[in-house]
Design a protein around this ligand. Structure first.
Ligand code: MN
Length: 321
């Protein structure tokens, strides 16, 4: 279908009607000419407390369909006029089998990367970033990680060394596997109480830069984004956005809620200033509709995904200008 036809189909029909895909984009696995593939990763066996992020992709799609319009008011254009974006559907996963699911996720997303498109993944808990990074790094080499989260997710293991793959160890594993280059990576928004193993110094020892939430607040969106640009330079970027970086009062539907986090206008102020970065993969994780209120977390997540699509569109538009 031509882009104009998709646009028309979405505007001539009630937004409540129709099969649900992200923003009513076409659901296809045909990657010909595709710039961005939105893909759901309905896996939550990597989380331990408020399990239910397997329902995140469905909830984000539903809210995107109902409430998102295609024109970006702030940037003044329609990203879908620049990019061909599809909804690729969901990766296969097997609940409870973490490492088997990782292989399934990597295998399912690899064709997107090989086709030259950017996978924009909807979690799932944060464990899914590891198999996603494996798929992206296989083609692009060690990536610059830009990581929004209340937690650094660099714990070595849980439960006396018995659990090495879950949503709290993902970025230590990614460093060990050479999927990311910590010297060009930055973690933002860290907030809340910590165990030993979760202090900023432990990320810094791995080579990351850490901007805890107090520092992000002190810098404000403009200087926070500038710090990201300075850290990343021209490297290929993997953006991982854990919705729990947002304050629990605006995003209760998540697995590890924290008090004192970002508010939407702050987050949007930072994210929009990331325009120009060279994104090779993006994920938004840890939306759990079972703990949500009035779908507010899913609505916020859907809007953030639209912002990410817009960042990709700005990059492509300006490269061809
Ligand atoms: Mn996380």
């Amino acid at each position: 279908m031509e882009k104009s036809q998709i646009q028309a189909a979405s505007e001539l029909q009630s937004r409540a009607a129709g099969i649900t895909t992200f923003m009513k984009l076409p659901h296809t696995r045909d990657l010909a000419g595709v710039d961005v593939a939105v893909v759901g990763v309905p896996f939550d066996s990597g989380g331990a407390i408020r399990v239910g992020a397997r329902f995140g992709p469905g909830a984000i799609r539903e809210q995107s369909k109902l409430y998102l319009r295609r024109f970006h008011r702030t940037f003044g254009f329609t990203p879908f006029d620049v990019l061909k974006v599809v909804d690729y559907g969901d990766t296969p996963v097997i609940p409870e089998l973490i490492e088997t699911s990782f292989d399934l996720i990597t295998g399912d997303v690899a064709p997107i990367v090989e086709a030259g498109a950017v996978p924009l993944s909807l979690g799932g808990d944060h464990a899914v970033s590891l198999p996603l990074l494996r798929a992206v790094a296989r083609r692009h080499g060690p990536l610059s990680l830009v990581h929004f989260d209340s937690h650094q997710d660099i714990v070595d293991s849980y439960y006396g060394g018995r659990v090495r793959y879950n949503n709290g160890t993902v970025f230590r594993r990614a460093v060990e596997e050479g999927l990311i280059d910590p010297s060009r990576s930055i973690q933002l928004g860290m907030n809340g109480t910590v165990f030993p193993g979760m202090f900023p110094q432990e990320s810094e020892a791995l080579g990351f830069q850490v901007l805890p939430v107090e520092r992000v607040a002190e810098l404000g969106p403009e200087r926070t984004a500038a710090a990201v640009h300075e850290r990343v330079g021209g490297a290929k970027v993997y953006l991982s956005f854990d919705i729990d970086v947002m304050d629990v009062s605006v995003a209760p539907g998540t697995g590890a809620p924290e008090v004192g986090g970002l508010f939407p206008r702050e987050a949007l102020g930072i994210v929009r200033r990331l325009a120009g970065l060279d994104f090779a993969g993006i994920d938004l994780v840890e939306v759990n509709p079972l703990f949500d209120a009035a779908n507010m977390t899913s609505i916020l997540a859907a809007n953030l995904v639209f912002e990410f699509i817009t960042l990709l569109a700005i990059r492509k538009r300006d490269q061809h200008a």
